[in-house]
Design a protein around this ligand. Sequence first.
Ligand code: SF4
Length: 459
Amino acid sequence: MTKRKLVLINPKGKSRIGFVIDKESRYPPLSLGIIAALTPDNWEIIIKDENFEEFEYEDADLVGVTSFTSNATRAYEVAKEYRNMNIPVIMGGIHASMLPKEAEKYVDVVVIGEAESVWKEILSDFEDGKLKKRYNGDRLPLENSPPARHDLFHKDYIFDSIQTTRGCPMLCDFCTVHVFNGRAYRTRPVNDVLDELESMKAKSIMFVDDNIVGYNKPARDHAKAIFRGMIDRGIKKDWFCQASINFGDDEELLDLAAESGCQMVLIGVESEKTEALVSMNKKSNLKTGVDNYHKVFSIIQSHGISVLGSFIFGLDTDTPSDLKDRLNYILNSNVDASQVSILTPFPGTKTYEDYKRRNRITATNYPEDWENYDGGQIVIEHDKIPTELLKGFRKEVVETLFNYKRLLKKLRETHKATKSAKAAVWAFSANSHYRNMINEGKDIEGFSVSKLFESFMKK
Ligand code: SF4
C-alpha cells in the first residue's frame, strides 16, 4: 500500500536572527517529534525545520505546522503555499490555541490545546475526507505519552530535548504555561523518561519542562527519581533545565541534579523588587524573598551548577529609574548568565488582556506584527517609560551587561563559584547567545563564541 505523506513544519521567527550564527543554541521542535510518534505506520513523515533550512515546498498529503506567537506570521506564510496547492494544513501550538479565530483564516484545521488526544481522530477524519475546522485537545495524563521521534530531528542539532512534566499551578500574569498546559502538574512515569533519555544520541540535553522541580514534595521526588535513575543507569548527559527559585531549597535534589549532569538552570527571577513581583503575581519568588536571591544562587553554584537568571524590563510598576536599578542589580548580582526581555503581552495571558483593554498595545498590524512578539521588541506603550527610552535601553544592556570584558570576568567568577569549567562555559555561552540575539546576530568582535562552544561540547 502506498504510504500517505505528512509534512510537519517548524517555522522560523525573526528572533532567531541572532541564533542563526549560533546553531548550538537551538533546540529541536519536540511537539512535532511527539506528533510524529503518534502517527501510524501507514504515513511517511518528514519534519521540515527552518531552524536550519529555508522552507522549500515539498509535496505532501497533509501538513502540520506548530508555532509560538513570534513565528505565527511565518507559519501562516508557509501554510499559504500548501493551501494554494489544495493540501490541507493543520496548525497547533500556543498561538493557534490562544487565537483560534485568527488561525482559522490562514489554515484549514486548528488544534486548540494539547494535540495528543485528538491527533489520531484528525488523521482518521482526513482519511475519511471529513476534516473538521477545529479540534479541542484534552490535557491527558502523561502515563501513555510516547517518546518523541528524535530520529526525525535535523542532524545538526547539538542539543536534544525531552519533557518530564507539564503544567504549572502558579498564575504569573505574563505567562501562557498555566493557560495552555493547565494548572495541574502532570508527571511522566520515571522509567518512560529514562528509557527515552537512553535512546537519545545527543550528549547535551535540554529538559523543556517549565519547572522541572514543581512546587511540592511529590513533584520534587519525581525530579529526584529521574536524576537518580540517570545515575543508576549510567546515562551520561550534560543537561540544562528551567526551574523555579525553590530549586535551591533542597540539597539532596541539587546533589542528584549535579551528579546526573546538570550544568545550568534557568530561573525566572524577573525583578529584584517586591512591588514588581506582586504586580505580576510571581508568588514563588515572593515566597523566597528578594533579599534571599543571592544566597539561593550561591547554594546552587556550590553544587557545580551555574544560574541563568531571566529578567523582565518594562514591568507595570517600572519607572525609568527602575530600568537602571534592574540593570545594576544584574551587574552586581551573582547570576552567571542573564536573559533579559521586555514585557510582552502574549495572547492568552492576563497581561495581554490588561494592555488590550487599556488600548496600550502598539504593534497591532496582525499577523505581520506577531513576529515582534519575541520578548525583545517594544509592542506596548508603557505607562511610565517613554518608548524611545526603552528602545535606547537595549543598547545600554548590550554595552554593559554583555560586553566582552564583562563576559570574560563572569566566566572567571562562575568558574570560581561552581568550581566547574563546564558549568562556566555553559553560562558564558548562554550570555553570548543572548548578546548576539539582542545585538542582531553580531558575534563578539574577533571572537567566535560558536566555534569555542561547539568544540567544547564535542569533548
Ligand atoms: S512564569 Fe513559571 S511559575 Fe509563573 S506561571 Fe509561568 S511557568 Fe509557572
